[in-house]
Design a protein around this ligand. Structure first.
Ligand code: GLP
Length: 230
């Protein structure tokens, strides 16, 4: 079971997996996939819906069965029911084995905006202004960014057996610093990952720039990369 994230950060991973599918026969025919989140109110066909995003960037290039790729239904007439059903779907499939994550510049994971309960389940969240500004780049007009989303909760995400968090660029450095070295608090939802036994955080130098544990003398940096595992 693979947990999928949208946004720019996981794109190189998807490109690599597609390449391995093409050249090495890596198969996803038996894999079930779950999206982390979905905007409320964008039709399934809207190019910026996360369902459309993941089909375009990953799913249509591999051999996963379309019916094995799931996302929360942001168009449901009953959003709360859609959230409950999504939780059941994940549980009935046996839970998520590997969850890919990006991180918002405000420390969100999925669309768990601060503050988010560290034991939250899939639910409706109102997007932070900062998140809507960050994501406006994908839309023609900033006002088109939806106001709400359905997102797996922090508690849901923490049940994945392994988690890989990807971040690059200076705009993520404060979020990474607070997630990795700060206190575990609802105002930094990604900090909850400190409670999980199997998390790998992969960052470039810019995203790692705020880490107190980072030592930029290259030898030490290589010997003891304090941000790779928490
Ligand atoms: C979005 C998604 C998150 C993603 C984050 C960062 O809003 N809901 O799952 O991790 O923003 O996106 P990016 O990787 O494009 O910086």
């Amino acid at each position: 079971m693979l947990g999928l994230a949208t946004g720019s950060s996981p794109l190189p991973v998807y490109a690599e997996l597609v390449e391995r599918h093409r050249t090495e026969g890596l198969s996803f025919a038996g894999t079930t996939m779950f999206l982390l989140d979905e905007y409320v109110g964008l039709g399934r066909g809207h190019p910026q819906s996360f369902g459309a995003f993941i089909r375009r960037e990953f799913v249509r290039h591999i051999d996963v069965k379309p019916e094995s790729v799931h996302g929360p239904d942001g168009n449901s007439a009953d959003l709360e029911d859609a959230c409950t059903r999504y939780e059941s779907l994940i549980a009935d499939a046996g839970g998520i084995g590997l969850q890919l994550l990006g991180i918002g510049s405000n420390g969100h994971i999925g669309f768990n905006e601060p503050p988010s309960s560290l034991s939250s389940r899939t639910r409706v969240k109102t997007l932070a202004d900062r998140t809507r500004r960050d994501n406006a780049r994908f839309f023609d007009m900033p006002e088109e960014v939806p106001l709400q989303a359905l997102t797996q909760g922090v508690g849901t995400i923490l049940e994945a057996r392994r988690i890989v968090l990807l971040a690059s660029g200076a705009s993520k450095s404060m979020a990474i610093e607070r997630a990795v070295e700060g206190p575990v608090i609802p105002m930094v939802p990604a900090s909850a990952l400190q409670l999980h036994p199997q998390v790998t955080v992969i960052v470039d130098d810019d995203a790692a720039g705020g880490l107190e544990g980072a030592d930029y003398s290259r030898s030490t940096y290589r010997r003891k990369p304090p941000w790779q595992s928490i």
